[in-house]
Design a protein around this ligand. Structure first.
Ligand SMILES: C[S@@+](CC[C@H](N)C(=O)[O-])C[C@H]1O[C@@H](n2cnc3c(N)ncnc32)[C@H](O)[C@@H]1O
Length: 217
C-alpha cells in the first residue's frame, strides 16, 4: 500500500533501500492482489519489516495477531519468535484463512502459527495467554474492546501495535464528517493517550501505526 500520509516517490525510495520482503511474502502479496477486493489491507513490505523488527527485538514467546487476512502480518511476526514461541492469529472470513494457511505452510512457520477462525471478540475469551506482542488490525470499531480484553494478560514491557490509527488522514475531519471508523480511531487514540499504564507513539507512516508499551499493571 502506498501511504496517503507520505509522498509516493519517497515511499518507493524507502522501500527500494530497505531490506526486501521474503520471496514467499511476494507470492502471498501477488495472490492477495489477484483474489481479494481490498488487497491494500495487507501490511506490505515496509510495515511488514517493522513488525518483523519488533518481533526480533522482543524475541516473544506469545504473539497475538488480530485480523489475519491472507497471513502477511502473522508470517512477519513469526520471524523473531523465541524458539518455543507461537503466534495466535484470528480471522473471520474462511476463504482468507485458507489462503493464509497455505502460506503459513509454504513459509515454514506453520508449526509456530495457530490460526483461529471466527469473531475475534469470542476467540479472545478463550485465549488468555501472557502476551509479549499483539498486533491489532481487524474491525476498527472494536479496537478499544480488543485492547481491554487483552490488557490484563499482557506482560509488563509487552508491545501492542495498532494499525490504521490515522485512518487515511480522516481522523482530522470535522466530527460531523467522520464515519464510524475514523470516529472509532479517534476514541481509541484518546483512550490510549489517557491510559497511564502505557507509553504510546503514533508513527505517521502508511495509514498510521501506534506502538504501545505496557509500563504498569
Ligand atoms: C486489515 S485486514 C488484516 C491484515 C493483516 N493483518 C495483514 O497484515 O495482512 C483485517 C482483517 O480482519 C478481519 N476481521 C474483521 N473483523 C473481524 C472480527 N470481528 N473478527 C475477526 N476478524 C475480523 C477481516 O476479515 C480482515 O481479513
Amino acid at each position: 500500500m502506498t501511504s496517503i500520509l507520505f509522498d509516493a516517490a519517497l515511499n518507493d525510495y524507502a522501500a527500494k533501500l530497505s531490506t526486501p520482503q521474503l520471496p514467499i511474502l511476494n507470492e502471498l502479496e501477488r495472490e492477495t492482489y489477484r483474489k481479494e477486493m481490498q488487497p491494500v489491507m495487507l501490511s506490505g513490505h515496509l510495515q511488514g519489516n517493522i513488525l518483523q523488527l519488533i518481533s526480533h527485538l522482543l524475541r516473544p514467546r506469545k504473539v497475538l495477531d488480530i485480523g489475519t487476512f491472507t497471513g502477511y502480518s502473522a508470517i512477519c511476526l513469526a520471524q523473531g519468535l523465541d524458539e518455543n514461541g507461537v503466534v495466535h492469529t484470528i480471522e473471520l472470513e474462511e476463504e482468507r484463512s485458507e489462503i493464509a494457511q497455505k502460506y503459513f505452510e509454504a513459509s515454514g512457520f506453520s508449526h509456530k502459527i495457530i490460526a483461529h477462525y471466527g469473531y475475534a471478540s469470542e476467540i479472545l475469551n478463550t485465549l488468555k495467554e501472557p502476551w509479549d506482542l499483539v498486533f491489532i488490525d481487524a474491525d476498527k470499531p472494536n479496537y478499544a474492546a480488543y485492547y481491554d480484553a487483552i490488557f490484563d494478560y499482557l506482560k509488563i514491557g509487552a508491545i501492542i501495535i495498532a494499525d490504521n490509527v490515522l485512518f487515511e488522514g480522516r481522523v482530522l475531519l470535522p466530527i460531523e464528517e467522520q464515519g464510524k471508523n475514523e470516529k472509532a480511531m479517534n476514541l481509541f487514540n484518546e483512550k490510549i493517550k489517557n491510559d497511564k499504564r502505557v507509553e504510546v507513539t503514533i508513527l505517521p507512516i502508511r495509514d498510521g501505526i501506534s506502538i504501545i508499551r505496557k509500563i504498569a499493571l
